[in-house]
Design a protein around this ligand. Structure first.
Ligand code: GLN
Length: 209
């Protein structure tokens, strides 16, 4: 029975996602092994380094089981590097898992030193303004017909979804808002506590593994 939300726990910003899901009253699974995919209604691929993450997915023999779980109904949200992993096309590079009909351009918002925040209302996600953090972020440069654009940053697509995938160039898990995590959980059919909308900034720094 697919009833839980997982976070791929190989590399990158894992704790931040786990903390947000816990704030919603969920018991997320930190996924390192293929058998952990069996219970999952959805999995979050965190930000980090997509080249490193795809190598680890192969070393940990998760690439094929993830594709199988996806075919069996598990939904995927890719944040930043995670969005690069699921994209069908990556500009100038070999694509990775090819689960979402978008094209991404890695590091197209510039190097680490050009990291930035944007505050924006994304109506599909929340009526409240959300703080969006971009760190060596990819741009979503093309979307096919079945893809809904959720947000544009200076005219560039930075959040999009299909029936089974959500992709964000930015990191909602680095803000105190749980709106994106709630949205993804509900997209996966997992119900969350109604009263939790935010957590204290940097709460994940206190979280023990
Ligand atoms: N630039 C990284 C990559 O291409 C993504 C950065 C991030 O996840 N913050 O994988």
């Amino acid at each position: 029975m697919r009833s839980k939300i997982g976070v791929l726990d190989l590399q990158g910003g894992v704790l931040e996602h786990l903390t947000h899901l816990e704030a919603l009253g969920l018991e997320p699974v930190a996924v390192k092994k293929a058998e952990q995919l069996e219970d999952l209604a959805g999995i979050i691929f965190p930000g980090g380094e997509s080249t490193c993450m795809i190598r680890l997915l192969r070393i940990f023999e998760l690439e094929v089981p993830i594709k199988e779980a996806f075919s069996d109904g598990m939904k995927i949200w890719g944040t930043c590097a995670g969005a690069i992993l699921i994209a069908n096309e990556v500009v100038g590079e070999k694509p990775n898992l090819q689960l979402m009909n978008i094209t991404v351009d890695r590091n197209a918002f510039g190097p680490q030193i050009d990291s930035f925040h944007e505050t924006a209302v994304i109506p599909a996600i929340s009526d409240e303004p959300l703080e969006l953090t971009f760190i060596r972020a990819p741009q979503i440069t093309a979307v096919e017909d079945e893809v809904q654009v959720l947000h544009r940053t200076n005219g560039i697509v930075t959040a999009a979804e299909t029936e089974n995938c959500l992709a964000t160039s930015f990191h909602p898990e680095l803000s105190g808002s749980t709106a994106f995590h709630r949205y993804f959980a509900e997209k996966c059919g997992v119900s969350v506590k109604q009263n939790s909308t935010s957590i204290s900034d940097k709460a994940w720094m206190q979280r023990k593994r």
